[in-house]
Design a binder for this molecule. Structure first.
Ligand code: AGP
Length: 616
């Protein structure tokens, strides 16, 4: 999950590339580097650590040149060292390369190149790719009608197994960049007399809103005057230029301490954007413009199968509850990475959904492709417009919550919960849900943003609780039914940004083992809804209390908790069961955020993580 960027135009490239790298750093931040073409040679600055460190430690911003590439790394092959940082330069000094992905046959390539006199300075798979391009460039005859540089890249990529998003420079071609993608995202920015490349839009949106989403197997050849796209087989591709609708300030902090904090507090607006224009005229059901599956065909579906990773997988578990509850259709949920190899028996009436904020998660993309290989329709719920998963799906739902920069998913997660609730309504009203129940359900969904606003009002109380509980090393998160996946999400949030061990369980399951963990040193976070589960959850809380376990209760307003049972009580508003998972998520997002802040963690760029996992 690295970030790559390239620039060719009239401006000094260094500042543009470094600014873009800062916006890509959430994709990976183990090291950073840039390479510029200047008078037939490369000016290179690269260093382990953050972009800021590259600037302060190498003076990268002073490098001259109007053609260049930049990279921010999430280490796959080779440790976090200066030598392993990208860009890599071929041992003959002619080729500079940056890469996002994994070259699976790099060892074989490296062995071959060593016999051809190439040398290596790093432990990375990328350097093998760089030297292989140089090898083909040496062998490629200079041909007047086509670029020797472009053809050497094309020839090289035909030998590559694995995934790549690359940008390449050649010392003999001072005003050219060649780039290509297979399995890793790459976008071409079409500016005013300049062209850019980036892993995602946030890196270039300050300079252009006109972009071309490159597809797997495509190669782009850029000069200062124009660009062309061809396939690995050298067929021409007619580019489609899209216009990005969101603005640069959507990807800026705007006064918040962290993007995660901003995105937590953006959730009311984000939910409104997700719902906008998606309820029927009569107000009794949801409607989706891009599903590309007719109501008649949807009625024939006898099973829905959701595929996702991480928080998106938790959102699928909530959707499972709601679709089975309101549409009475069986739902299966699989980790995308597991589905690919499970080879499970599947019926003919199954419709697949993939859920992915980034739309680039390689496990989810691979699962989508596996389901399509089996002949199934696959729809996508995604946030990033034009992302690979969104484009390869047969249809789907965009979340429209704007860029989510914080590595820990927040507004995208609750938006996914909302889309799942809207799907349950849509499918339910196709089956047994009555008009009046549909109207009530729609009203509840429309009220969700205000209920989230109310839940956010507990932020100061939650911050105080976080400061009291930040020193614990283990937490249990416990919820039942549709709140069990929210317990999983709360545990994930805490783990990934505070580095504290946390586990989510169905509340009743806790006594089948995890209760052994309970002591005064292992607090439990309980979701306590009013209604049929209230007494059952209170019993589980009693079991914890009897063993001196501290309890943080997230309880709906009307719950009458026994005095002294919970050490902390965070109230959330009563609401429709389809909205409760959304509202209940807010306190655990805030709890994990404030604990991480108390521990002075790098909240937006937690260690070992990256925003979009584009390597398997
Ligand atoms: C969520 O907080 C994590 N950052 C991670 O689990 C994420 O949800 C997962 O990698 C899936 O990402 P996607 O939604 O972009 O596919």
């Amino acid at each position: 999950m690295c970030g790559i960027i390239g620039y060719i135009g009239k401006q000094k490239a260094a500042a543009i590339i470094l600014e873009g790298l800062k916006r890509l750093e959430y994709r990976g931040y183990d090291s950073a580097g840039i390479a510029l073409l200047q008078d037939g040679h490369f000016e290179v600055a690269k260093k382990a650590g953050r972009v800021e460190g590259l600037i302060k430690g190498t003076g990268a911003q002073k490098l001259a040149g109007t053609t260049g590439i930049g990279h921010t790394r999430w280490a796959t092959h080779g440790g976090v060292t200066d030598a392993n940082a990208h860009p890599h330069i071929s041992s003959d000094g002619r080729i500079a390369l940056i890469h996002n992905g994994v070259i699976e046959n790099y060892a074989h390539i490296k062995k071959f190149l060593l016999t051809k006199g190439f040398t290596f300075k790093s432990e990375t798979d990328t350097e093998a790719l760089c030297n292989l391009i140089a090898y083909h460039y040496q062998k490629e005859p200079a041909a007047p009608d086509s670029s020797r540089f472009l053809e050497s890249v094309r020839k090289t990529l035909r030998h590559i197994e694995g995934t790549y998003g690359i940008a390449v420079l050649c010392t003999d071609c001072p005003a050219e960049i060649v780039a290509a993608r297979k399995g890793s995202p790459l976008i071409l920015g079409v500016g005013d007399g300049e062209y850019m490349l980036a892993s995602d839009v946030s890196a270039i949106i300050s300079r252009t809103q006109n972009v071309v989403y490159l597809k797997d197997g495509e190669i782009v050849h850029m000069t200062a005057k124009n660009f062309s796209i061809t396939t690995l087989g050298a067929e021409d591709v007619s580019p489609v230029v899209d216009t990005i609708t969101w603005k640069i300030e959507d990807s800026e902090l705007n006064g918040y301490a962290h993007f995660m904090e901003k995105e937590i507090f953006e959730q009311p607006a984000a939910l409104e954007n997700t719902m906008r224009g998606r309820f029927s005229e009569d107000g009794s059901t949801a409607q989706f413009g891009g599903l590309n599956v007719s109501a008649v065909d949807l009625r024939q579906v006898d099973r829905f199968h959701f595929l996702a990773c991480g928080s998106a997988w938790h959102a699928c578990l909530v959707a499972e509850h709601l679709i089975e509850r309101f549409a009475r259709v069986p739902v299966e949920v699989d980790y995308a990475s597991e589905f690919r190899y499970r080879n499970m028996p599947l019926g003919n009436g199954t419709l697949f959904f993939t859920v992915s904020q980034s739309g680039e998660t390689i496990d989810t993309l691979a699962a989508l492709r596996e389901a399509k290989r089996k002949g199934y329709k696959v729809l996508a719920i995604a946030n990033v417009v034009g992302s690979t998963i969104a484009r390869e799906a047969d249809g789907g739902v965009y979340q429209h919550v704007g860029p989510e920069i914080g590595v820990a998913s927040t507004k995208a997660f609750t938006s996914q919960l909302l889309v799942g609730a809207m799907l349950a309504l849509y499918l339910g009203r196709m089956r047994d849900m009555s008009f009046s129940d549909g109207v009530e359900y729609v009203k509840a969904l429309k009220g969700a943003p205000d209920l989230v606003r109310q839940a956010l009002e507990a932020a100061p109380q939650i911050k105080a609780i976080a400061q009291r509980y930040a020193h614990y090393h283990d937490f249990l998160f416990l919820g039942r039914l549709a709140l069990f996946p929210v317990a999983l999400e709360g545990a994930l949030k805490l783990k990934e940004i505070s580095y504290i061990h946390a586990e989510g369980y169905p509340a009743a399951e806790m006594k089948h083992g995890p209760i052994a963990l309970i002591s005064e040193q292992c607090p439990s976070v309980f979701f306590v809804p009013s209604g049929e589960m209230f007494n059952k959850v209170v019993s589980s809380m009693q079991e914890i209390k009897a063993r001196k376990g501290k309890i943080i209760a997230i309880a709906t307003a009307s719950c009458d908790l026994p005095a002294g049972l919970a050490d902390e009580v965070i109230r959330i508003p009563e609401c429709h069961e389809a909205v409760l998972p959304i509202v209940a998520t807010v306190p655990v997002q805030l709890l994990s955020y404030y604990i991480a802040e108390e521990l002075k963690r790098d909240v937006d760029k937690p260690r070992n993580l990256a925003k979009s996992v584009t390597v398997e």
